[in-house]
Ligand binder design. Sequence first.
Ligand code: GTP
Length: 308
Amino acid sequence: MKRKVLLMGASGSGKTSMRSLIFSNNPASLTARLGATIDVEQNHVRFLGDLILNLWDCGGQDSFMDSYLTTQRGTIFKQVGVMIYVFDVESRELGKDLEYFKNCIAGLNAYSPDAAVFLLIHKMDLVRERDQVFQKKKEELEDACGDINVTVLGTSIYDESLYKAWSNIVHTLIPNASILSKHLSTFSKACGATEVILFERTTFLVIATSRSAGASPSSSASDLEDLGDGTRLDPKRYERTSELIKGFKHSCLRVREEFRSLEMELYDFTAVLDEMTRNTYVMIIVHDPTIETAALKLNIKMARKKFE
Ligand code: GTP
Protein backbone atom coordinates (compact mmCIF):
# COMPACT_ATOMS: atom_id res chain seq x y z
CA MET A 1 0.00 0.00 0.00
CA LYS A 2 1.43 3.36 -1.06
CA ARG A 3 0.50 6.67 0.64
CA LYS A 4 1.53 10.03 -0.72
CA VAL A 5 2.88 12.56 1.81
CA LEU A 6 3.33 16.16 0.66
CA LEU A 7 5.94 18.19 2.53
CA MET A 8 5.46 21.86 1.73
CA GLY A 9 6.36 25.30 3.08
CA ALA A 10 8.58 28.30 2.37
CA SER A 11 12.20 27.89 1.36
CA GLY A 12 14.42 27.50 4.43
CA SER A 13 11.56 26.56 6.76
CA GLY A 14 13.26 23.22 7.50
CA LYS A 15 11.47 20.57 5.39
CA THR A 16 14.53 18.70 4.11
CA SER A 17 16.17 18.92 7.53
CA MET A 18 13.31 17.14 9.25
CA ARG A 19 13.12 14.54 6.49
CA SER A 20 16.83 13.79 6.83
CA LEU A 21 16.58 13.44 10.62
CA ILE A 22 13.55 11.20 10.64
CA PHE A 23 14.17 9.02 7.61
CA SER A 24 17.93 9.11 7.02
CA ASN A 25 19.18 8.96 10.58
CA ASN A 26 21.32 12.10 10.16
CA PRO A 27 22.12 14.28 13.19
CA ALA A 28 20.66 17.81 13.44
CA SER A 29 24.16 19.34 13.23
CA LEU A 30 24.53 18.20 9.59
CA THR A 31 21.37 19.95 8.36
CA ALA A 32 23.12 23.32 8.03
CA ARG A 33 24.94 21.84 5.00
CA LEU A 34 21.75 21.03 3.09
CA GLY A 35 21.19 22.99 -0.10
CA ALA A 36 17.83 24.29 -1.29
CA THR A 37 15.60 21.59 -2.79
CA ILE A 38 15.16 22.01 -6.53
CA ASP A 39 11.58 21.37 -7.61
CA VAL A 40 10.24 18.16 -5.98
CA GLU A 41 12.42 15.47 -4.44
CA GLN A 42 10.50 12.21 -4.31
CA ASN A 43 11.39 9.36 -1.99
CA HIS A 44 9.86 6.00 -1.27
CA VAL A 45 10.23 4.89 2.32
CA ARG A 46 9.21 1.40 3.33
CA PHE A 47 7.34 1.75 6.59
CA LEU A 48 6.04 -1.25 8.50
CA GLY A 49 6.46 -3.82 5.75
CA ASP A 50 3.68 -3.25 3.27
CA LEU A 51 3.09 0.47 3.87
CA ILE A 52 5.20 2.60 1.56
CA LEU A 53 5.43 6.32 2.21
CA ASN A 54 5.82 8.26 -1.00
CA LEU A 55 7.38 11.46 0.32
CA TRP A 56 7.24 14.56 -1.88
CA ASP A 57 9.64 17.16 -0.51
CA CYS A 58 8.56 20.25 -2.46
CA GLY A 59 11.28 22.92 -2.71
CA GLY A 60 9.82 26.13 -1.30
CA GLN A 61 11.36 28.87 -3.47
CA ASP A 62 8.71 31.17 -4.97
CA SER A 63 9.24 30.03 -8.56
CA PHE A 64 8.68 26.39 -7.58
CA MET A 65 5.65 27.25 -5.45
CA ASP A 66 4.13 29.21 -8.35
CA SER A 67 4.60 26.23 -10.62
CA TYR A 68 3.01 23.75 -8.11
CA LEU A 69 -0.02 26.00 -7.92
CA THR A 70 -0.42 26.42 -11.69
CA THR A 71 1.06 24.05 -14.29
CA GLN A 72 1.83 21.20 -11.84
CA ARG A 73 -1.31 21.62 -9.71
CA GLY A 74 -2.98 18.35 -10.71
CA THR A 75 0.22 16.31 -10.36
CA ILE A 76 1.14 17.74 -6.96
CA PHE A 77 -2.21 17.65 -5.22
CA LYS A 78 -3.77 14.43 -6.50
CA GLN A 79 -3.98 11.27 -4.35
CA VAL A 80 -2.47 12.92 -1.27
CA GLY A 81 -2.80 11.03 2.03
CA VAL A 82 -1.27 13.73 4.23
CA MET A 83 -0.07 17.26 3.58
CA ILE A 84 2.47 18.63 6.03
CA TYR A 85 2.92 22.38 5.77
CA VAL A 86 5.96 23.80 7.57
CA PHE A 87 6.06 27.39 8.88
CA ASP A 88 9.31 28.89 10.16
CA VAL A 89 8.36 30.41 13.54
CA GLU A 90 10.68 33.33 12.83
CA SER A 91 9.48 33.98 9.27
CA ARG A 92 9.30 37.65 8.42
CA GLU A 93 6.98 36.94 5.51
CA LEU A 94 4.00 35.43 7.26
CA GLY A 95 1.60 37.24 4.89
CA LYS A 96 3.20 35.62 1.83
CA ASP A 97 3.52 32.23 3.60
CA LEU A 98 -0.21 32.29 4.43
CA GLU A 99 -1.15 33.25 0.87
CA TYR A 100 0.77 30.28 -0.57
CA PHE A 101 -0.62 28.04 2.15
CA LYS A 102 -4.22 29.01 1.39
CA ASN A 103 -3.61 28.29 -2.30
CA CYS A 104 -2.21 24.87 -1.43
CA ILE A 105 -5.24 24.12 0.72
CA ALA A 106 -7.47 25.07 -2.23
CA GLY A 107 -5.47 22.69 -4.47
CA LEU A 108 -5.77 19.93 -1.89
CA ASN A 109 -9.51 20.49 -1.55
CA ALA A 110 -9.93 20.19 -5.30
CA TYR A 111 -7.84 17.05 -5.85
CA SER A 112 -7.61 15.22 -2.45
CA PRO A 113 -10.40 16.49 -0.21
CA ASP A 114 -9.95 13.63 2.28
CA ALA A 115 -6.26 14.29 2.95
CA ALA A 116 -5.19 14.98 6.55
CA VAL A 117 -3.45 18.33 7.07
CA PHE A 118 -0.69 18.94 9.61
CA LEU A 119 0.76 22.41 10.17
CA LEU A 120 4.16 22.46 11.82
CA ILE A 121 5.32 25.65 13.50
CA HIS A 122 8.98 24.83 13.17
CA LYS A 123 12.31 25.98 14.71
CA MET A 124 10.62 26.41 18.09
CA ASP A 125 14.09 26.22 19.69
CA LEU A 126 14.64 29.80 18.48
CA VAL A 127 11.88 31.33 20.62
CA ARG A 128 11.89 32.00 24.35
CA GLU A 129 8.24 32.03 25.44
CA ARG A 130 7.57 28.77 23.64
CA ASP A 131 4.00 28.09 24.83
CA GLN A 132 2.77 31.64 24.30
CA VAL A 133 4.34 32.01 20.85
CA PHE A 134 2.97 28.62 19.81
CA GLN A 135 -0.55 29.45 20.97
CA LYS A 136 -0.54 32.78 19.13
CA LYS A 137 0.75 31.29 15.86
CA LYS A 138 -1.66 28.37 16.16
CA GLU A 139 -4.62 30.73 16.41
CA GLU A 140 -3.37 32.74 13.41
CA LEU A 141 -3.08 29.61 11.30
CA GLU A 142 -6.41 28.15 12.40
CA ASP A 143 -8.07 31.44 11.51
CA ALA A 144 -6.54 31.26 8.05
CA CYS A 145 -7.88 27.70 7.60
CA GLY A 146 -11.53 28.53 8.19
CA ASP A 147 -13.60 25.31 8.30
CA ILE A 148 -10.78 22.99 7.31
CA ASN A 149 -9.75 20.53 9.95
CA VAL A 150 -6.02 20.86 10.66
CA THR A 151 -3.64 19.68 13.38
CA VAL A 152 -1.11 22.31 14.47
CA LEU A 153 2.10 21.18 16.22
CA GLY A 154 5.25 22.96 17.39
CA THR A 155 8.51 21.31 16.31
CA SER A 156 12.29 21.64 16.37
CA ILE A 157 15.03 19.37 15.03
CA TYR A 158 16.94 19.97 18.28
CA ASP A 159 14.51 18.19 20.61
CA GLU A 160 11.97 15.40 20.84
CA SER A 161 9.06 17.51 19.54
CA LEU A 162 9.88 16.47 15.95
CA TYR A 163 9.38 12.80 16.85
CA LYS A 164 6.08 13.48 18.56
CA ALA A 165 4.78 15.34 15.50
CA TRP A 166 5.92 12.73 13.00
CA SER A 167 4.58 9.87 15.16
CA ASN A 168 1.22 11.64 15.03
CA ILE A 169 1.50 12.07 11.28
CA VAL A 170 2.39 8.48 10.42
CA HIS A 171 -0.23 7.25 12.84
CA THR A 172 -2.93 8.64 10.54
CA LEU A 173 -1.47 6.52 7.71
CA ILE A 174 -1.29 3.18 9.51
CA PRO A 175 -4.43 1.23 8.67
CA ASN A 176 -4.53 -1.13 11.66
CA ALA A 177 -3.12 1.03 14.46
CA SER A 178 -6.00 0.42 16.87
CA ILE A 179 -5.72 -3.38 16.44
CA LEU A 180 -2.00 -3.13 17.15
CA SER A 181 -2.74 -1.23 20.37
CA LYS A 182 -5.16 -3.94 21.43
CA HIS A 183 -2.60 -6.70 20.85
CA LEU A 184 0.01 -4.65 22.69
CA SER A 185 -2.19 -4.25 25.72
CA THR A 186 -2.79 -8.04 25.84
CA PHE A 187 0.97 -8.55 25.54
CA SER A 188 1.60 -5.94 28.23
CA LYS A 189 -0.71 -7.76 30.67
CA ALA A 190 1.00 -11.07 29.90
CA CYS A 191 4.36 -9.49 30.79
CA GLY A 192 3.12 -7.79 33.96
CA ALA A 193 4.33 -4.57 32.34
CA THR A 194 3.49 -0.97 33.16
CA GLU A 195 3.40 -0.33 29.45
CA VAL A 196 4.62 -1.55 26.10
CA ILE A 197 5.57 0.65 23.14
CA LEU A 198 6.00 -0.36 19.52
CA PHE A 199 8.48 1.61 17.38
CA GLU A 200 9.05 1.52 13.64
CA ARG A 201 12.50 0.09 12.99
CA THR A 202 14.32 2.72 10.90
CA THR A 203 12.66 5.93 12.01
CA PHE A 204 12.01 4.84 15.60
CA LEU A 205 8.69 6.66 15.43
CA VAL A 206 6.02 5.41 17.84
CA ILE A 207 3.52 3.17 16.05
CA ALA A 208 1.34 2.16 18.98
CA THR A 209 1.35 1.90 22.75
CA SER A 210 -0.40 -0.53 25.06
CA ARG A 211 -2.06 2.27 26.94
CA SER A 212 -3.88 4.19 24.25
CA ALA A 213 -5.20 3.93 20.73
CA GLY A 214 -3.16 7.03 19.76
CA ALA A 215 0.50 6.94 18.80
CA SER A 216 1.45 9.28 21.60
CA PRO A 217 -1.35 10.47 23.81
CA SER A 218 -1.43 14.23 24.08
CA SER A 219 -1.04 15.47 27.59
CA SER A 220 -0.24 18.82 29.08
CA ALA A 221 3.40 19.60 28.53
CA SER A 222 5.03 19.32 31.92
CA ASP A 223 2.67 17.41 34.27
CA LEU A 224 3.53 13.82 35.09
CA GLU A 225 0.95 11.27 33.97
CA ASP A 226 -0.51 9.40 36.94
CA LEU A 227 -1.36 5.76 36.23
CA GLY A 228 -3.64 5.60 39.27
CA ASP A 229 -1.42 3.15 41.20
CA GLY A 230 1.16 5.68 42.36
CA THR A 231 3.30 5.32 39.20
CA ARG A 232 3.92 8.73 37.62
CA LEU A 233 5.34 8.94 34.12
CA ASP A 234 6.74 11.75 31.99
CA PRO A 235 4.26 12.63 29.20
CA LYS A 236 7.15 13.14 26.78
CA ARG A 237 8.64 9.69 27.40
CA TYR A 238 7.71 8.22 23.97
CA GLU A 239 9.22 10.91 21.80
CA ARG A 240 12.24 11.24 24.13
CA THR A 241 12.91 7.52 23.69
CA SER A 242 12.69 7.87 19.89
CA GLU A 243 15.14 10.76 19.97
CA LEU A 244 17.59 9.04 22.37
CA ILE A 245 17.60 5.72 20.54
CA LYS A 246 18.09 7.44 17.17
CA GLY A 247 21.06 9.30 18.67
CA PHE A 248 22.42 6.08 20.18
CA LYS A 249 22.03 4.21 16.87
CA HIS A 250 23.98 6.98 15.18
CA SER A 251 26.79 6.68 17.77
CA CYS A 252 26.87 2.90 17.24
CA LEU A 253 27.36 3.43 13.50
CA ARG A 254 30.26 5.79 14.16
CA VAL A 255 32.12 2.99 15.95
CA ARG A 256 31.03 0.55 13.22
CA GLU A 257 28.64 -1.37 15.44
CA GLU A 258 25.03 -2.14 14.73
CA PHE A 259 22.36 -1.46 17.33
CA ARG A 260 20.52 -4.67 18.25
CA SER A 261 18.79 -4.45 21.62
CA LEU A 262 18.93 -2.78 25.00
CA GLU A 263 18.30 -3.85 28.59
CA MET A 264 18.20 -1.53 31.58
CA GLU A 265 17.69 -2.44 35.21
CA LEU A 266 17.29 0.71 37.25
CA TYR A 267 16.32 1.36 40.85
CA ASP A 268 12.57 1.38 40.32
CA PHE A 269 11.99 -0.07 36.86
CA THR A 270 13.30 -2.38 34.18
CA ALA A 271 13.25 -1.67 30.45
CA VAL A 272 13.82 -4.09 27.60
CA LEU A 273 14.04 -2.93 23.99
CA ASP A 274 14.26 -5.64 21.36
CA GLU A 275 13.33 -6.48 17.79
CA MET A 276 9.68 -7.49 17.54
CA THR A 277 9.24 -8.02 13.78
CA ARG A 278 11.34 -7.25 10.70
CA ASN A 279 10.00 -3.68 10.80
CA THR A 280 9.41 -2.96 14.46
CA TYR A 281 11.08 -2.75 17.85
CA VAL A 282 9.22 -3.21 21.10
CA MET A 283 9.98 -1.63 24.47
CA ILE A 284 8.63 -3.17 27.68
CA ILE A 285 8.63 -1.16 30.90
CA VAL A 286 8.19 -3.10 34.15
CA HIS A 287 8.03 -1.69 37.67
CA ASP A 288 7.92 -5.10 39.39
CA PRO A 289 11.49 -6.04 40.53
CA THR A 290 10.66 -9.76 40.64
CA ILE A 291 10.17 -9.91 36.85
CA GLU A 292 13.42 -10.94 35.14
CA THR A 293 14.56 -9.37 31.86
CA ALA A 294 15.18 -12.89 30.48
CA ALA A 295 11.46 -13.63 30.95
CA LEU A 296 10.52 -10.45 29.09
CA LYS A 297 12.85 -11.35 26.21
CA LEU A 298 11.34 -14.82 26.05
CA ASN A 299 7.86 -13.28 25.88
CA ILE A 300 8.96 -11.06 22.98
CA LYS A 301 10.30 -14.11 21.17
CA MET A 302 7.04 -15.97 21.66
CA ALA A 303 4.86 -13.01 20.59
CA ARG A 304 6.83 -12.34 17.37
CA LYS A 305 4.64 -14.48 15.12
CA LYS A 306 1.48 -12.72 16.28
CA PHE A 307 2.91 -9.32 15.34
CA GLU A 308 4.45 -10.29 11.96
P1 GTP B 1 13.96 24.45 0.54
O1 GTP B 1 14.63 23.16 0.16
O2 GTP B 1 14.58 25.65 -0.13
O3 GTP B 1 12.48 24.43 0.34
O4 GTP B 1 14.22 24.64 2.13
P2 GTP B 1 13.87 23.63 3.33
O5 GTP B 1 12.53 23.95 3.86
O6 GTP B 1 14.07 22.21 2.87
O7 GTP B 1 14.95 24.04 4.42
P3 GTP B 1 16.18 23.19 4.98
O8 GTP B 1 15.74 21.89 5.55
O9 GTP B 1 17.21 23.14 3.92
O10 GTP B 1 16.64 24.07 6.24
C1 GTP B 1 17.12 25.38 6.17
C2 GTP B 1 17.92 25.70 7.40
O11 GTP B 1 17.12 25.66 8.57
C3 GTP B 1 19.12 24.76 7.65
O12 GTP B 1 20.25 25.56 7.88
C4 GTP B 1 18.75 24.02 8.92
O13 GTP B 1 19.87 23.69 9.72
C5 GTP B 1 17.82 25.00 9.61
N1 GTP B 1 16.83 24.31 10.48
C6 GTP B 1 16.02 23.29 10.15
N2 GTP B 1 15.24 22.93 11.19
C7 GTP B 1 15.58 23.74 12.23
C8 GTP B 1 15.14 23.85 13.59
O14 GTP B 1 14.27 23.13 14.10
N3 GTP B 1 15.72 24.85 14.34
C9 GTP B 1 16.69 25.67 13.85
N4 GTP B 1 17.19 26.59 14.68
N5 GTP B 1 17.13 25.59 12.58
C10 GTP B 1 16.60 24.64 11.77
